[in-house]
Design a binder for this molecule. Structure first.
Ligand code: UD1
Length: 338
C-alpha cells in the first residue's frame, strides 16, 4: 500500500518515510529538492537496506501528479511539501501562497480525480500565535496570523475543512506540530538547512561544530523562568510516528472528516535550557551571547497533547537528551561526508 509523501526528502518527510516503512506501508516520495538534498535518499536506503522510490518534481505540477496517481495505487497522502521560513515569507508572499496554497489545491484536485480520500496535512502551532493560556489545546483560539507562513497554515486548514465537508468523502487530519528537533538515531538523516539556519537546534549544532562563531540567543528579558523563550521541542522520530498513528485513525473513518491534533510533548523548555542540555549531553561548549529579541517570536508555547494520546493512541516517548544527542551525531556525520 503506497502512501504518497510530498516533501518526502525534507526533514520531517524523510523521518516519516522511515516510520511508515517500519509500520508496513510503502512510502512513495515526491520532492522537488528546493529545500532538500538528494543525499537524504542514500541515507534512507542505508537505514532501510532497500531502495526508496522518490519522484523528482513539484507537487503543484498537475501533469506530474496525475501521472503519479495513475501509476501507483495510493492509499493516502501526507502533505509536507511547503516553504517554512517565517521571515522569508514576509518578503515573498506570492511564492509562499503559490507554493503552500496553490500546491495544496492541485493535490486536492488530483486526489479527488483519482478517488484518494485520506490526507494528513502539516500544520503548525503557529496557528495559536501568542496564546492567552498554556498549555494550548486544540480548542485554544486560532489567532490572526502574524506571518505569511503562518497564514498559509491557517488558510490551508480552512480549505481542507471546506473541501472535506463538500466532498462527503475526504478524511483529513491536520497535525499541528510544535518544534521538531533531533535526527534519526543512526545519524544518517537529519535536518539539512540550506545556508544560515533559522531554527535553534541546527544553529546550536553548527556553532558547536565550529561552523559558526557564536549562537545569538534572541532575548533574555521575556517573562519566563530564565528570560528566554519557551517552546515544546519534540524528537522528530516521535513526530514522524504521529503520522503513522494519524493514518491508521483515518483508515478507520468512513465518510468525511476533518480533525486537528497537537503534536508536541506537553513540556516547555527554554532556549537557555536547550543550550545547557546540549552542552551536558554532548560534552561540548556552545559559544553564545544574548542578543535582541527576534521580531515576531512568541514568548512561550507548549502543547496539551492529550487529544492525540486519546484519539490516536500516540504520545511522544523520546527524551530531549536523546534528541540533542541524535542532532549532534547527525551534525558530526554531515561533516564526515562533506
Ligand atoms: C517557528 C514557528 C513554527 C514554524 C517554524 C518554521 C511559532 C511559535 N513557531 O518556530 O510554527 O514551523 O518557525 O521554521 O511561531 N532562537 C535563538 N537563536 C537562534 C535561533 C532561534 O535564540 O539562532 C530562539 C528563537 O527566538 C525561539 C526559539 O529559539 O525562541 C525557537 O526558534 P525556532 O527554532 O526558529 O522555532 P520557532 O520560531 O519556535
Amino acid at each position: 500500500m503506497h502512501i504518497l509523501v510530498t516533501g518526502g526528502a525534507g526533514f520531517i518527510g524523510s523521518h516519516t518515510a522511515l516510520a511508515l516503512q517500519a509500520a508496513g506501508y510503502t512510502p512513495l516520495l515526491l520532492d522537488d529538492f528546493s529545500n532538500s538534498n538528494e543525499g537524504v535518499l542514500k541515507g534512507l536506503e542505508t537505514i532501510l537496506n532497500e531502495k526508496v522510490t522518490c519522484i523528482q518534481g513539484n507537487c503543484g505540477d498537475l501533469t506530474l501528479l496525475r501521472d503519479v496517481f495513475k501509476t501507483y495505487s495510493i492509499a493516502g497522502v501526507i502533505h509536507f511539501a511547503a516553504f517554512k521560513a517565517v521571515g522569508e515569507s514576509m518578503e515573498k508572499p506570492l511564492q509562499y501562497y503559490e507554493n503552500n496554497i496553490g500546491n495544496l489545491l492541485a493535490l486536492l484536485r488530483v486526489m479527488q480525480e483519482y478517488g484518494v480520500h485520506n490526507l494528513i496535512f502539516s500544520s503548525s502551532c503557529t496557528v495559536y500565535g501568542e496564546p492567552d493560556s498554556l498549555p494550548v489545546t486544540e480548542e485554544t483560539p486560532v489567532k490572526p496570523a502574524t506571518s505569511v507562513y503562518g497564514n498559509t497554515k491557517q488558510v490551508g486548514e480552512e480549505i481542507l475543512r471546506d473541501v472535506a465537508r463538500a466532498s462527503g468523502q475526504l478524511r483529513v487530519c491536520a497535525l499541528r506540530y510544535f518544534n521538531p528537533v533531533g535526527a534519526h538515531p543512526s545519524g544518517l538523516i537529519g535536518e539539512l538547512p540550506l545556508g544560515v539556519p533559522n531554527n535553534l537546534v541546527p544553529f546550536i549544532t553548527q556553532t558547536a561544530a565550529g561552523l559558526r562563531p557564536e549562537l545569538v540567543v534572541f532575548g533574555d528579558d521575556y517573562p519566563t523562568l530564565d528570560g528566554s523563550c519557551v517552546r515544546d521541542f519534540i524528537h522528530v522520530m516521535d513526530l514522524a510516528e504521529a503520522h503513522v498513528a494519524a493514518l491508521a485513525n483515518l483508515q478507520k473513518r468512513s465518510g468525511y472528516s476533518f480533525e486537528v491534533f497537537n503534536i508536541g510533548t506537553g513540556e516547555g523548555s527554554s532556549v537557555l535550557e536547550m543550550i545547557a542540555l546540549f552542552e551536558k549531553v554532548n560534552g561540548i561548549k556552545v559559544p553564545y551571547r544574548i542578543g535582541a529579541r527576534r521580531p515576531g517570536d512568541v514568548v512561550a508555547v507548549y502543547a496539551d497533547a492529550r487529544l492525540a494520546e486519546r484519539e490516536l493512541g500516540w504520545k511522544a516517548r523520546r527524551s530531549m537528551e536523546e534528541a540533542l544527542r541524535d542532532a549532534w551525531k547527525w551534525q558530526l556525520n554531515l561533516q564526515s561526508i562533506a
